[in-house]
Design a protein around this ligand. Structure first.
Ligand SMILES: Nc1nc2c(ncn2[C@@H]2O[C@H](COP(=O)(O)OP(=O)(O)OP(=O)(O)O)[C@@H](O)[C@H]2O)c(=O)[nH]1
Ligand SMILES: [Mg+2]
Ligand SMILES: [Zn+2]
Length: 208
């Protein structure tokens, strides 16, 4: 994928942390600017791919049935159907599961772990593999903080205890708070992917 100047991101989290909501909001803000494609992994239903298509970009649903994670083979097949264009941003929303998706490389540039504030701040130390494997942790649903005892500082300290280099962003996919920093991170990561690819020259026009 990187040969095509495509930035692939693997979004990992427990069920319901807000991965699809975050993608829908991200697409609304970015789709005029960059080509975006999405692979949606769930055990059953095409609900999430439908939500993404309704936001205006190409999406393929992969159903894993009894399976609890996406693997590179499934992603390869989905990519054949999806055919993301050069310079695309490809989001792979993994099956909601904080355990084994950590162990599978889907060809992504980065894993991004999403942790919502209703899950408890101790998840990074209880499920360390996911946070060790991730470049970035997004703390989502911060609009709910006034109603909870979730300690953001402690959560970040736990994440850095298992992965000292992990970057952290706090946002609310619902209200849009904190989305600007996420978009900035995405654009910077994409620019690195494009510049490092053999198609850099043909894409240079739009990245300057
Ligand atoms: N209050 C609040 N609710 C949110 C936020 N982001 C997502 N939600 C809600 O959380 C619920 C789950 O969101 P999804 O986007 O479906 O979560 P998901 O991680 O894609 O879930 P799975 O695909 O089932 O693993 C929905 O009811 C969303 O509306 C947020 O920032 N704040
Ligand atoms: Mg989802
Ligand atoms: Zn699994």
């Amino acid at each position: 994928m990187s040969e095509q100047g495509i930035l692939a991101l693997n979004l990992v989290s427990s069920p319901g942390s807000g991965k699809t909501e975050l993608l829908v909001k991200t697409i609304e803000l970015l789709r005029q600017e960059l080509p975006i494609a999405v692979i949606e992994g769930d055990q059953q239903t095409a609900n999430d791919a439908e939500r993404i298509r309704a936001a205006g970009v190409k999406a393929m649903q992969v159903n894993t049935g009894k399976g609890c994670h996406l693997d590179a083979h499934m992603v390869g097949h989905a990519l054949q159907d999806l055919q993301p264009e050069q310079g695309s941003m490809l989001f792979i929303e993994n099956v909601g599961n904080l355990v084994c998706p950590a162990a599978f490389d889907l060809g992504e540039a980065h894993k991004v772990a999403i942790l919502s504030v209703t899950e408890g701040e101790d998840k990074p130390v209880k499920y360390p593999d996911m946070f060790i494997a991730s470049e970035l942790m997004i703390v989502n649903k911060i609009d709910l903080l006034p109603y909870l005892d979730f300690d953001v500082g402690q959560c970040i300290a736990y994440a850095r205890q298992v992965n000292p280099g992990i970057k952290v962003l706090q946002l609310s996919a619902k209200t849009g708070a904190g989305m600007a920093a996420w978009l900035q991170w995405l654009k910077a990561s994409r620019q690195l992917a494009v510049l490092g690819s053999p198609v850099a020259e043909s894409l240079a026009q739009e990245t300057v």
